[in-house]
Write a protein that binds this ligand. Sequence first.
Ligand code: HEM
Length: 184
Amino acid sequence: MTARSARWNVATRLLHWLSAAAIVAALGLGVWMVRFVDDAAGKFDLYQRHKTLGAAVFALAVARLLVRAATRGPDWPEAMSRARRAAAGAVHGALYASILATAATGYAMVSTSPIPLPVALPGGLSVPNLLAPDFAASERWKFAHLACAIALGALAAAHAGAATWHRFVDRDDVLSRMGFGWRA
Ligand code: HEM
């Protein structure tokens, strides 16, 4: 098998699509619960689900970084310029950073809230709130969380746009090698 036709390993492919689905869901649920839900009980419930989903996004990103550090992915297509390779690397790095920062600022906002409700995890576990309650700090973390979420959404859109460009304009295998069956 040549480097060019190699796929990403199965763990990376699974984690990639699970992460993508969880990030889209966390972004959508975040906007929905804050901006479109008025009923207090429903809003409370959605906030708790969003926090758990955000923790899952964080865990998936850490798992992906560990797999990435331990394995080597396929090479870029030979026709791809150095500038585009550098741009792709920068966007991927910024994506990881914005995922971790969005989750971390969400946690800091919740942890410094005057009503610090822990993040519920499966199996009755929870993430403890380690920061002291501080309303002003919580409001600052809320702003940071929104800014990070906007940056993450913009980067994810650019990333998806680039993958679509590879598939339909360059007609190379950059998208299909992250898949489970189809080939470019
Ligand atoms: C990377 C994963 C995450 C994404 C993509 C995400 C995204 C968002 C978005 C888009 C909003 C709506 C902001 C607005 O419209 O003003 C939001 C709000 C919120 N997020 Fe997250 N979030 C993530 C992780 C977390 C985590 C881990 C927590 C807590 C442990 C959390 C707690 C909250 C809370 C409490 C709000 C409501 C803030 C308010 O009342 O205005 N989020 N999130």
